[in-house]
Design a binder for this molecule. Sequence first.
Ligand SMILES: [Zn+2]
Length: 408
Amino acid sequence: MGTEASIGTRFLLYPQSPTTPGYEKPELVWISARQGSIQPGPQNDRMYVVNPTMPKKHYDYPYLPPFRGAKAAPVEPSPDGHFDHIDPNSRDFLGVHVFGSVARILDIWEGFIGHRINWHFAETYERLEIIPLIDWDNAQSGYGMLEFGYRPTGSGGRDLFALNFDVIAHEIGHSILFSEVGLPPVGVSPTPDLFAFYEGVSDLISLIGMLHFDTAMDRLLRRGSGNLMALNELNRVAELADERQIRIAGNSRKMGDVGFEVHDRSRPFTGAIFDALVQTYHDLAVDRGLVDLPPGSIADARDFDADLERTYARAFEADYDLKHFQLKAALGDARDIIAQGLADSWQRLNSETLTFADAGLAVCAALQAAGHGRVAEGLVECLEWRDIISPYDVHQLWQGRPRPVVWI
Ligand SMILES: [Zn+2]
């Protein structure tokens, strides 16, 4: 093993589907598992990959894991225990990529949560079974399993979900939330917001995961010269957002614009948290003397104003090449503040009564407790702009206290 064993294990991961322009090459990442601790498969004490060599239907009750049919030989690590030697164009790479992506998401979110995430299905299944490819135009995460098909492309090809970090991260996001927030007891009906909340936060778990890749951070920032307001969906440039997570989170939807379908209903909350992330990035960039921005909040800027857009663009573009790495550090810090607030909010939530207002205010309370009062105050504005909380809720929040002080 040598002295490097504690550094971790190398994998190659695609930050976005390799069919996305600019993401054709995978990035080398380190997984926290000690070098040599991941066995052929790959597999470890929490998950294992199975490559069926016979046609397999997707799991559907009462057909459940484990897979008992014929399977390919497990994929071997390199002699020194890593998995970055597998050819990204090979069949073997699919399972390795899913395994590495799941491990990466767990590494990132366990860091924010501060403890090991135990599978919500741990009483039934010891480990997660990963099936990287079946003949199916869908993907699913269920009790004890994660399995992937593909999306047929217009040109007759296949966009494999096993190579799509966003899909994998979103599915693991659900698992994390089932473990950390949980489900109402049997017999208690879920609130109208509960499953929409899970969809939105799973998208945010994926978004924040994506922002841990250098390739993604560099492309996002360089494309708009550091100006994330260019990703506002009301801005024409946003149509150019290549990252699916940004296309979803950069929305301008308010609660009055959405119905009860869970994905649709999740958009205002996801958008509010994303706006708070952008606002925090702006504030840090201004504090650090990197850009000179007009006063005003991101919520104001959402009400599209072409002059304001140009002002933002000019402020970021000035000497951008000299500021790239410092802006990247500011975005990384903003990402971590928001992610920590989200993770800390989960223990404050009750799955039996959850509403988006509760969920949003729990993030504000967690931010405030962590010493990020200004960020919390910005998020309150974003939640109000989305009609997730009402002026009455805000009044209640400030009641009896001078407004700016409460969040500092
Ligand atoms: Zn989902």
